[in-house]
Design a binder for this molecule. Structure first.
Ligand SMILES: Cc1cc2nc3c(=O)[nH]c(=O)nc-3n(C[C@H](O)[C@H](O)[C@H](O)COP(=O)(O)OP(=O)(O)OC[C@H]3O[C@@H](n4cnc5c(N)ncnc54)[C@H](O)[C@@H]3O)c2cc1C
Ligand SMILES: *[C@@H]1O[C@H](CO)[C@@H](O)[C@H](O)[C@H]1NC(C)=O
Length: 438
């Protein structure tokens, strides 16, 4: 079938976008900017607002309609990237804001992005995508694929629409990853996941074991000690100890809970705690897809094989935007979306499905040989720059300015050296290659 699926349609291409978070809005923005090639998109959004992750929801658990709360945002979060790096390359944040901003600032930015690009009329709020499936069609050029999208409106019935392409922009920070901890039923305190953490005050003077020292584990530990909680951060990153304030105790990873309710750590030590806060990340979850049908495997921490971390080799007209981790999310979405639209328009010539599958496999081998664990295969970090450049060169759009990488690396250095203070810095982009400390 190759690219034929995207080209069989005589008129403009019809694209469905699942989700109106940053990725979905970015897809809509670029689709709308190419009216010759594309009909306006249909953007399905299960909540009644744009912004996804950035829409702070005080509630935890479920909405009134019974659906699980999507956002994992907490009240006092400040971004861990400066706004100069975080922004969509063609849409700066307000210049009066500091570099590290609140979730409300980001939410307002996304709303402004939506208005500036006239995306709002194309949003279908309160509408859950329940099924996305490829329908084979025979055409004169051979086999082709269209996509059936079945959605359910909160206040209406089901609807089925067909499209030439689908952008999956449903996010992957909504479904908690819960590690299996033997004996957890013996724990006498409260077990919760960072997905349901909102503010530190309820934990004042309590003993909290925070499991996991990723971005959330570290950030939430810092919030908790401010509120006078007794925090033990349980992890296997020894280098962190020296950079975090001494009020945070450190322990090896939790391995089990003893019958008397004590937590046991990997080094054999034990501790009691009133709260076990799991900062153990999130699982990929696509209840509206049949991965097997697309030739994909979806595991907790992996969607594979995807050509250029974006499309299944056998179905090059469905795009998974933003599944990579340790990236600059908005610039990343922007590059992926422009590349995907190039594929649909035909300005990007993809190799055959077979070659794309081989390339995805080669990429996986390369990482595996470097010792990358399966659960980290989608982490990019220092590899993201070459990836963006490759997408830009192949699809012929302007590459990210080098200053973005430079400032990202500088902030990474500051963050590692001083996790509690780096967000007080303010930066300014001077030109395409230089930044400046204010
Ligand atoms: C706690 C936290 C802190 C973060 N901090 C930063 C930061 O400082 N800087 C940064 O750049 N990034 C940060 N991120 C990453 C953040 O996830 C991205 O910036 C970005 O918001 C992801 O956008 P998205 O559109 O991919 O997903 P989301 O924002 O999750 O949006 C997905 C949307 O899809 C909708 N949806 C899902 N399923 C369906 C369905 N079946 N039908 C219809 N709609 C559906 C959801 O309701 C949601 O609106 C953080 C993430 C978290 C969780
Ligand atoms: C629970 O049992 C372990 C192992 O026997 C022991 O070290 C620990 O002190 C006990 N905790 C409590 C609260 O009794």
């Amino acid at each position: 079938m190759d690219q034929a699926g995207a080209h069989n349609y005589m008129g403009r291409l019809r694209v469905a976008v699942v989700g109106a978070g940053a990725a979905g809005l970015c897809a809509a923005r670029h689709i709308l900017s190419r009216p010759k090639a594309f009909d306006p998109p249909v953007v399905y959004e299960l909540t009644d607002h744009v912004g996804g992750t950035w829409f702070y929801e005080e509630r935890v658990g479920t909405y009134d309609n019974g659906l699980p709360v999507q956002s994992s945002m907490y009240r006092d979060l400040r971004t861990n990237l400066p706004k100069e790096v975080m922004m969509f390359p063609d849409f700066p944040f307000d210049s009066h804001l500091p570099s590290f901003i609140s979730h409300l600032d980001v939410q307002q930015y996304l709303e402004r992005y939506c208005e500036s690009h006239d995306i709002t009329p194309h949003l279908k709020f309160n509408t859950v995508v329940e099924e996305v499936k490829p329908i084979s069609m025979e055409t004169e050029e051979g086999g082709a694929v269209t996509w059936e999208v079945i959605s359910r409106g909160m206040y209406g019935g089901h609807s089925t629409q067909t499209f030439d392409s689908v952008f999956i922009c449903s996010g992957h920070y909504s479904v908690p990853h819960l590690p299996s901890i033997p004996g957890i039923e013996h724990f006498k305190g409260k077990v919760m996941h960072s997905h349901s953490y909102r503010s530190p005050e309820p934990f004042a003077h309590q003993s909290v074991v925070v499991l996991g020292a990723g971005a959330s584990g570290v950030d939430i530990s810092l919030e908790l000690i401010q509120a006078k909680a007794k925090v033990t951060l349980s992890h296997n990153k020894p280098a962190l100890q020296s950079s975090l304030p001494p009020e945070i105790q450190h322990a090896a990873p939790v391995v089990k809970v003893l019958e008397n309710g004590s937590l046991q750590f990997q080094d054999g030590s034990v501790a009691q705690a009133q709260v076990l806060l799991l900062c153990t990340g999130y699982n990929f979850h696509y209840p509206f897809l049949c991965p097997k049908q697309l030739g994909l495997e979806v595991e907790h921490h992996l969607v594979a094989p995807l050509y250029k971390y974006l499309l299944p080799p056998a179905f090059p007209s469905i795009f998974f935007v933003g599944i990579c981790k340790i990236i600059c999310p908005f610039p990343h979405f922007d590059c992926q979306v422009q590349f995907a639209l190039g594929v649909l328009e035909g300005t990007v010539q993809l190799p055959s499905s077979k070659v794309m599958a081989e390339e995805a496999e080669k990429e996986r081998q390369r990482k595996t040989q470097k010792g990358v664990q399966v659960k980290h295969l989608l982490q990019m970090d220092s590899e993201q720059w070459a990836y963006y450049l490759d997408l830009a060169t192949t699809a012929g759009f302007p590459p990210l300015q080098p200053v973005i990488q430079r400032l990202y690396e500088e902030v990474g250095k500051q963050r590692r050296a001083c996790p509690q203070a780096y967000k007080h810095m303010n930066y300014r982009l001077v030109d395409a290659t230089q930044w400046q400390l204010l």
